[in-house]
Design a binder for this molecule. Structure first.
Ligand code: IPM
Ligand code: MG
Length: 352
């Protein structure tokens, strides 16, 4: 039995999470395992109910379950709140409290969507890499931080154990892939990056079967757009990973397609990489694929059932191959289907 906490959140969150829950239920029927799904509020939805973006009850539920499934948080309604009450702050808090130190974001181009990329089809065809972004350290959390009238400051710090554990995960994952890791930093300018680079190379001594190279972050941003096929596994810090994973996401055609996993030692959280898209919320227009693919990552990483993950990816591909497109991935002039129609098609392709 798998205990999952679902956190639909704000904007299109509830609609895409409903799609993922439909997939979970179909899989539980098909493979005869039990799934318990418990829903909790988070973000703006939680603020409106309880005056807090992340309540103790939601956090405790996340600690007790096998995996968390998150939709999206935030929206214009809560943008004017003080910094520490913003949904972003709640997101950082949940990552820190659950110690989700590794954020995995695959950039995989679906053949059916080659036309949707902003880059030429020849450049992106067969792109398939995985970004390991460190998620609970670096400048996002470093002290001191603050600003006054004349100055603003943040601190980029990495501790040895923080670099070691993310590097280790990246090397282990490369073993199951093409055995190539590129570590991305700014060691030509930042001491913290030189330290990062040194530690990654030390960890590499245990992974001599993996090819390791280093790349500066500015060059990496350019290389991802120039020739994304050269990458297999990328490992990088929190801020660089934030930026690079958005670039990586966009070349695949749509942020609406991309899942993510945030993994720690005890806990794991799965969510689409897109935001809450308030402009289309409640209209049954959102693309549920990123959230459904996040469920695939859940089966892979939390439940060690990669064969079920593969089934989910195949069902997504079958739905796309049948020509169905939500608005974000439809070509101009092509008609788009709703969130529920896309979900039903994927559920159907999963079979009974
Ligand atoms: C992400 C987002 C978050 C981040 C924001 C919303 C705090 O951009 O998950 O990539 O910067 O980590
Ligand atoms: Mg981001």
């Amino acid at each position: 039995m798998y205990k999952i906490v679902s956190i639909p959140g704000d904007g299109i969150g509830p609609e895409v999470v409903a799609g993922a829950v439909a997939v979970l239920k179909q899989l539980s029927r098909k493979h005869d395992f039990e799934i318990e799904i418990e829903e909790h509020p988070f973000g703006g939805a939680s603020y409106d109910l309880h005056g807090e973006m992340l309540t103790h009850a939601t956090l405790e539920a996340c600690r007790k379950c096998d995996a968390v499934l998150l939709g999206a948080v935030g929206g214009p309604k809560w943008e004017k709140l003080a910094h520490e009450h913003k949904p972003e702050a709640a997101l950082l808090k949940i990552r820190k409290e659950l110690e989700l130190f590794a954020n995995l974001r695959p950039a995989k181009v679906y053949d059916a969507l080659l036309g949707a990329s902003s880059l030429k089809a020849d450049v992106v065809r067969c792109t398939d890499f995985l970004v390991f972004r460190e998620l609970t350290g670096g400048i996002y959390f470093g002290q001191p931080r603050g600003f006054d009238e004349n100055k603003g400051w943040n601190t980029m710090v990495y501790e040895r154990y923080e670099v070691e554990r993310i590097a280790r995960l990246a090397f282990e994952s490369a073993r199951k892939r093409d055995k190539k890791v590129i570590s991305i930093d700014k060691a030509n300018v930042l001491e913290v990056s030189q330290f990062w680079r040194n530690v990654v190379h030390e960890v590499h001594k245990d992974f001599q079967d993996i090819e390791l190279s280093d790349m500066y972050v500015d060059n990496a941003a350019m290389q991802i757009v120039r020739n994304p096929k050269q990458f297999d596994v990328i490992v990088t810090g929190n801020l660089f990973g934030d930026i690079l994973s958005d670039i990586a996401g966009m070349i695949t055609g749509s942020l609406g397609m991309l899942p993510s996993a945030s993994i720690g030692i005890k806990h794991a959280l799965y969510e689409p990489i897109h935001g809450s898209a308030p402009d289309i919320a409640g209209q049954n227009k959102a693309n549920p694929i990123a959230t459904i693919a996040s469920v695939a990552m859940m089966f892979d990483y939390s439940f060690s059932l990669p064969e079920i993950a593969t089934e989910i990816y195949q069902a997504i591909e079958a739905a796309l191959a049948s020509g169905l497109r939500t608005a974000d991935i439809a070509n101009p002039g092509e008609s788009a289907v709703s969130t529920t129609v896309m979900t039903e098609a994927i559920v159907r392709h999963l079979g009974a």
